[in-house]
Write a new protein. Structure first.
Length: 727
């Protein structure tokens, strides 16, 4: 499901005095100096464990056959992962679930006028890549498309996002009853048929234009890494920003024999037929369009003049699906905590793929496996985590976060009480560490990244390698100086598109998403060409950065599981909220019609100032806990303190849910209703402003301000507990 999330743009950095970045702190956050020494020794022992050769072998086995959710190959992969976990003496099991997973049974696309052309709808094998001819491949399709048999004029709609339809309106072009042709990019794929349907279109085609994803970017596969002429991006078009997971069990876990909606009651299914095609199949369609010449930004890389239409190109599209409920196989490892067994640290990656899936998701799933092996080695040597560790290899992510969502919904009551944090990965490659997530974990993940060596042997840490890259990418000297002077690198906020969604957006469990990327361009995403050959030839063929991801995530898990005081920090949260509020203020000023009352953000700014003050007070209290002070705290006192700390994210829970999507309950982060993957921060306010719903925006200012105030009160409570411990 996830496009490789590469953070190349400069993020805002925390305001902090210049520091010497190579300096190692005397103690880790949440540890005494003595405990820090022991922790660092343990972490070094763990980081020596991940083996590129083992990672390569795991990938070779897993990607040997297609293994989409619900398939026999998918079950075999789950059983292979389970067997590996058990061979390392870990407590592992498959926890089954199920979901509506429709496969296509009929796919027809033909141009019926002015000329006749039948689309291939088939990715041909490539001689260099033996896996491109494997049996059992899912055909090219968009999961949760509606069934349909329609013939209609074609209209080219650029990327098929709301602003493109505004341009069509200005051009007096109506798509009602038409089949629209959109190119991939600039939003998640499911937004394109959703917006098309809202404008009355009868069907939707999505193609990969070579300007974005093909020969315009570089040599096509197998000469280079980019999408070839007949390459197609499969993918789900479920209404992910409204509700991920099984469409028939919204809010509760899907299990055999359990309660299910009738399919007609499901709210997340697409209402029109939609089909992905290659640029080879798109070319005859575009060649037969006339009408207005497309605006310059709409023009792609194919050798035709891009016209908008409608017609005279007329298209026949026929799609049918089997609409079956199929099994899911989540593989779960549990390492019980010795002191705080009811505080859970969870990490996960999915194992299902659209086809063989070397990059997405196997690259990071094998890193999770090596993390498990490394932790198992520590357990055999006598170590026990203070908190319980859960590692999950999820199923069904590609269809719409099925396995993780159903597991979270099934265990939601227990997770609300016990889950401290969730760490996600999805795919990884060559480049620099991308860090996204809850800003209360920003200082923590920066500290972790400072302690992991850059796997490419630069002599820097993972964090400093990223900082150097950001400085190199800076557009101005002021930006470059700010990056170099900052203590921490700001992490990005999370939208959706991977398995952290249910943890963060539904249950408000602080989450992180980690992976390497940015230095391995390519266009084989969700195609038959995402294979072991492609990955080992054009991505991290040495597997050293896959090992680096295992080292990074494993270090984070050790630190979270062993810390006396959980390493949450709240100045990062306050700073991010202040930035988001400023952005909304500017958007409101730009979007308000004459005579519209001004959006009053003062209550929110007051609450953020309170959180900032509380965060500073907490830092002072933490700094004055004497050496040995946290170790001398009794277990119940530590449990109470840490319970307050990890409940801070729960303060952002809004029980009724966000407008028009009650499943999403986090007031700070959500995927945009019309972006899909990309985040909308403070979504209740921001999207109301964008839609000109000023009363709703004002109402959510008060709601969010209340949540921020509650968070500040939690932080004050934690500071008071720390002060008491220091006496």
């Amino acid at each position: 499901m996830i496009v490789r999330r590469v953070m190349l743009a400069l993020a805002a950095v925390l305001l902090a005095p210049p520091v010497i970045h190579s300096q190692v702190p005397a103690r880790l956050r949440g540890f005494t100096a003595v405990a820090t020494e022991a922790e660092r020794k343990l972490e070094r022992q763990f980081r020596a464990s991940p083996s590129p050769d083992r990672l390569r072998e795991y990938m070779r086995v897993i990607t040997a056959e297609p293994h989409h959710a619900g398939s026999p190959g998918g079950r075999r992969v789950a059983e292979y992962i389970l067997e590996k976990f058990k061979s390392w003496d870990l407590d592992a099991s498959i926890e089954p679930a199920e979901a509506l997973l429709p496969y296509p049974v009929e796919r027809t696309l033909e141009l019926v006028g002015p000329e006749h052309f039948v689309a291939a709808l088939k990715e041909p094998p490539i001689a260099a890549d033996s896996d491109s001819d494997d049996e059992g491949q899912l055909p090219t399709f968009n999961a949760y498309s509606a069934d349909g048999d329609i013939t209609a004029d074609l209209v080219y709609v650029n990327y098929g996002i709301p602003e493109d339809y505004e341009q069509l309106r200005k051009l007096n072009i109506d798509v009602t009853g038409k089949i629209v042709l959109a190119r991939y990019g600039h939003s998640w794929r499911g937004i394109k048929p959703k917006v098309a349907a809202e404008h009355g279109a009868a069907g939707c085609l999505i193609y990969s234009d070579p300007r974005d994803d093909g020969f315009f970017q570089g040599d096509p596969y197998a000469e280079g890494p980019w999408r070839p002429e007949q390459g197609v991006q499969r993918g789900s078009v479920i209404d992910l920003p409204v509700q991920p997971g099984d469409p028939l069990t919204p809010g509760w876990g899907a299990e055999a024999g359990g309660r299910k909606l009738d399919r007609r009651e499901a709210t997340s299914l697409m209402t029109i037929p939609v089909l992905p095609i290659s640029y080879g199949d798109a070319l005859p369609l575009l060649r037969n369009l006339k009408g207005i010449v497309a605006p310059e930004p709409w023009r792609g890389g194919l050798p035709v003049t891009y016209h908008v239409g409608p017609g005279p190109a007329k298209v026949h599209l026929k799609l049918a699906f089997d609409w079956q409920v199929r099994p899911l196989y989540n593989v779960i490892v549990r390492i019980p905590g010795s002191e705080f067994p009811d505080e859970w640290i969870v990490a996960g990656n999915h194992h299902d793929a659209w086809v063989n899936g070397a990059s997405d998701p196997t690259s990071a799933n094998v890193a999770l496996m090596e993390t498990a092996r490394g932790l198992a080695g520590l357990v055999k040597a006598g170590w026990r985590p203070r908190r319980t560790l859960l590692l999950a290899s999820w199923d069904g992510e590609e269809f719409g976060l099925m396995g993780s969502t159903e597991w979270v919904e099934k265990h939601q009551d227990e997770l609300r009480r016990k889950a401290v944090a969730y760490i996600n990965s999805d795919s990884t490659g060559k480049g620099w560490l991308a860090m996204s997530g809850s800003h209360s974990l920003q200082a923590f993940i920066n500290e972790v990244a400072r302690d992991v060596d850059d796997p490419r042997g630069s002599g820097l840490s993972v964090l400093e390698a990223k900082r150097t890259h950001l400085a190199d990418q800076a557009k101005t000297s002021a930006e470059r100086d700010a990056v170099r002077a900052s203590h921490d690198i700001a992490i990005d906020a999370l939208g959706s598109g991977s398995d952290y969604t249910a943890f963060l957006d539904h249950l408000q469990i602080a989450s992180l998403d980690l992976g390497f990327g940015g230095d391995d361009g390519g266009g084989i995403y969700h195609s038959i060409y995402d294979s072991f050959y492609w990955y080992s030839t054009f991505s991290d063929g040495s597997f050293v950065q896959v090992a680096g991801l295992s080292q990074t995530i494993g270090t984070a898990l050790l630190r979270l599981s062993n810390a006396d005081i959980l390493p949450f920090e709240f100045n990062g949260t306050a700073g991010a909220l202040r930035q988001y509020t400023d952005e909304i203020q500017r958007a409101a000023a730009a979007g308000a019609a004459p005579g519209t009352r001004e959006l009053d953000l003062a209550p929110l700014r007051t609450a953020i100032a309170k959180l900032s003050k509380s965060g500073n007070e907490y830092e002072r209290a933490l700094a004055h806990v004497p050496e040995g002070g946290n170790r001398s705290m009794k277990t119940p006192h530590l449990a109470a303190l840490n319970g307050v700390l990890y409940s801070t994210e729960r303060a952002f829970r809004y029980e009724p849910g966000l407008p028009r999507r009650p499943w999403f309950k986090h007031l700070g982060y959500a995927p945009g209703l019309y972006t899909g993957y990309a985040v909308k921060t403070l979504p209740g306010i921001r999207e109301a402003v964008e839609q000109g719903q000023w009363d709703e925006a004002g109402r959510f200012v008060a709601i969010v301000a209340g949540a921020v105030t509650t968070c500040a009160e939690h932080v004050d409570h934690a500071a008071a507990l720390l002060k008491k411990a220091g006496r």
